[in-house]
Design a protein around this ligand. Sequence first.
Ligand code: MN
Length: 308
Amino acid sequence: MNKILITGYVNPDLDAVAGMIAYSEFLNKSGKETMPGILGELHDEAKYVLDRFKIEYPEKIPNANDFNEVILVDSSDLTGIEGKISPEKVIEIIDHRKVHEADKFPNAKVQIELVGSASTLVAEKLIQNKIDISKKSAILLCGAIISNTLNFKGNVTTERDRSAFQFLNKTAQLPADFWRELFEAKSDLSGNKLKERIEGDLSWFNMGGKIIGIAQIEMIGAEKLIKERLGKIIDILEEIKKEMKFNLIFQNTIDLEQNKNFFVANDEEIKNLLEKVLGVKFNGSAAERENLIMRKQIVPLLKEELEK
Ligand SMILES: [Mn+2]
């Protein structure tokens, strides 16, 4: 196919989906033929925002074989694309993580900048080129910026995220308490939803010869969850660790209302590591920490410690 495919990781999150839809609109309006497409299943949060504003889902594609050229948004690692995209086909990468593998894509023009959201980088292209954006793309980008910056409270947040949001929200006009709605929608983890969510937002990293799995949950009411279901969380993590052959695993639980992280880990080695790099103290299998820290910020700290 002559169209350029714009996509993200397999099982893309809201940031990737917003970025791929909006960037495709931008490039199409600039005279390039592109289409957004998703590999795997959408994250629940992405589905929530698409459904909430009655926005059509991007087309599902089995792999990128039918496309000659691919653009990656919010992704820059081989592990996340799981053999479904050949790295030679990737002509452009737009991402915002410190630890990445952009050098493994030999033909890609790479833009990696440490802003809060990949959607901010897409938004800036629209703003700089004075391209009128559709309301649906503005909504998606604004939603992704709120989600990725933890409503501007995560310390990944930059001025660039704020100004991109402010500009786009003139078109998106999101309700003032949309952030709460968005995070509340992710906070019902009753019954089997807990396991689905842990598995749904799991990433793993090879650091210093160890494979470390990191689950992340962003929600309102994390303390209650940890108090009531710590044992269940540990069982789920242990099960994943065995199944995926990880060396270590932990969960980063982010509470948007209390502005705290709650870490869950069962193994002494990973507990010691987290105590060292995050300055936390485990009490049994749980530890808490003031201020919001995200997985993409913890990974470079662990990597530095394990590879020194
Ligand atoms: Mn992102």
